[in-house]
Design a protein. Sequence first.
Length: 129
Amino acid sequence: MRIVIAAGLALALSAGAAHAAWVTKAAASGKPLILYQASTLNPDCSSMGAITIKVLEGPEHGRVSAGRASVFPRFHSANPRAKCNTRRVSGVSATYISQRGYQGTDRVTIEVISPTGAYARHTINIVVR
């Protein structure tokens, strides 16, 4: 099943980093939930290049959508790129929507590869209410 991906948290991927993350989020049944958002930016807010996002494991009780999107980054105020937080930038996003009326749990796993070669695998456990 496919899940629609929307805006979420914007993350910068650093070169050479590799990690796996497990997160639990809550969703209203049948409503979109932003699972993930990311961008890779230079200090002048220009793009470092395209991020690749792929759904490795789709949900059993909904659909997920992932791809290129215009996102707001969310850099910490001490980061020189924090000035980029006020403008939309090129990035990726993933969004989940459960089957209408479904209540229970679901799970999605995505992988993200930055233009610098950083790799991350994210498993998002979703509690649908």
